[in-house]
Design a binder for this molecule. Structure first.
Ligand SMILES: Cc1ncc(C[n+]2csc(CCOP(=O)(O)OP(=O)(O)O)c2C)c(N)n1
Ligand SMILES: [Mg+2]
Length: 359
């Protein structure tokens, strides 16, 4: 399927059109329960995101990057992953975390300023969030190389934005992955902006997916507001990676519906009409229309799903807020297994500074 959607030919994979109608021959054939689980994951993600924004405005959570519009990319990709695969996230990946089973309370805790939230519970193969743009890409390739040396039948997934493709780390990572045929799946969430910089100022290439061609492996552009398209492309790329077929680049073509972060005001650099145009392509709406056509959605089901999502979110907020505030040790504790001497010295310095009451 990936080969059929060659980005050099200007093709973008879409399984559901904007009215939620299946394109002929592309039904991934998921059981009803799985289709509903995907929808419920998208609703939970949207509810958890909206809550985080409210908490930030109330001073209960720190600076936060909104995820609205990215639910199909995130839930579609995570739903295709296996328990043994590894994930190297970036900072706008809420639906990935929720779908992979990461506790939402821990995720909120992190954005509340406690680095303990970066710790991943046992059994979840998720690396800490990368805030430096693109730095997770070579790390994911390193993990891919390790998996190859150890002959593990796993894939290593990493996500990043369109802006990250201008970083040296993107080039170095993908080049290495191509040469050594590492089991990586690179997923670019092309949401058309890197803060205020539009996609057209990021690269002169017609698509981001086509960059894979230069590294010697396939790239595919998918409709990132079509959860089944993301699921189908990710499933194929993951299977190929696990089977020794090498890396794939997936460009999920979408739109950041919210501000870059809570300290941004996107209305200053984006026309209202453009945002409204993308509102009509809402990934939840499209999937809901599809489920409705299949007899898997009605108002009563929607109410149950919304109520369950609200409960899931409120429980996580209560749990995160019941935790003790971060200590100076928490700033240092979660990056290295054994703290290096320069960090030991910095921690001692910070503690002395605080003890002197100079802050
Ligand atoms: C190396 C580096 N440079 C700059 C920044 C500041 N910064 C944070 S997010 C961002 C834009 C990222 O855009 P994109 O990769 O498209 O991801 P998106 O935020 O759109 O999801 C920038 C420049 C940073 N965090 N790291
Ligand atoms: Mg972007």
């Amino acid at each position: 399927m990936i080969e059929l959607f060659d980005p050099l030919k200007g093709a973008r994979l879409q399984v559901l059109d904007e009215a939620g109608e299946l394109r002929p021959g592309l039904d991934p054939g998921l059981p009803d329960a799985e289709l509903r689980a995907i929808y419920e994951g998208m609703v939970r993600t949207r509810a958890a995101d909206a809550k985080a924004l409210k908490l930030q405005r109330q001073g209960r959570l720190g600076t936060y990057p909104p995820n609205r519009g990215h639910e199909a990319c995130q839930v579609g990709l995570a739903s295709a992953m296996g328990r043994a695969d590894w994930f190297f996230p970036y900072f706008r990946d809420l639906g990935m975390y929720i779908t992979l089973g990461y506790p939402l309370a821990d995720y909120y805790h992190l954005w509340m300023g406690n680095e303990a939230g970066l710790q991943t519970p046992a059994g979840l193969n998720i690396f800490p969030i990368a805030i430096p743009v693109g730095s997770q890409i070579p790390q994911a390739v390193g993990a891919g190389m390790a998996a190859k040396y150890r002959k593990l039948p796993i894939a290593v997934v990493t996500t990043f934005g369109d802006g990250a493709t201008s970083e040296g780390d993107f080039h170095e990572g993908l080049n290495f992955a191509g040469v050594f045929r590492t089991p990586n799946v690179f997923v670019c969430l092309n949401n058309q902006f890197a803060i205020s910089v539009p996609r057209a100022r990021q690269t002169a290439a017609a698509t981001i997916a086509q960059k894979a061609v230069a590294y010697g492996f396939p790239g595919v552009q998918v409709d990132g507001n079509d959860v089944l398209a993301v699921f189908a492309a990710a499933g194929e790329a993951l299977a190929k990676a696990r089977n020794g077929g090498g890396p794939t680049l997936i460009e999920a073509f979408t739109y950041r519906m919210g501000d870059h972060t809570t300290s941004d005001d996107a209305a200053r650099y984006r026309p209202k009409a453009e945002v409204q145009e993308w509102e009509r392509k809402d990934p939840l709406l499209r999937f809901r229309l599809y489920l409705g056509r299949k007899g898997l959605w009605d108002e009563a089901y929607e109410k149950n799903v919304q109520d369950a999502a609200a409960e899931f979110v409120e429980k996580a907020v209560a749990e995160a807020e019941a935790r003790p505030p971060a200590t100076p040790d928490d700033l240092f504790a979660y990056t290295y297994a054994t703290m290096p001497p320069d960090l030991e010295a910095q921690l001692a310095d910070l503690k002395a500074f605080l003890a002197e009451g100079r802050r």
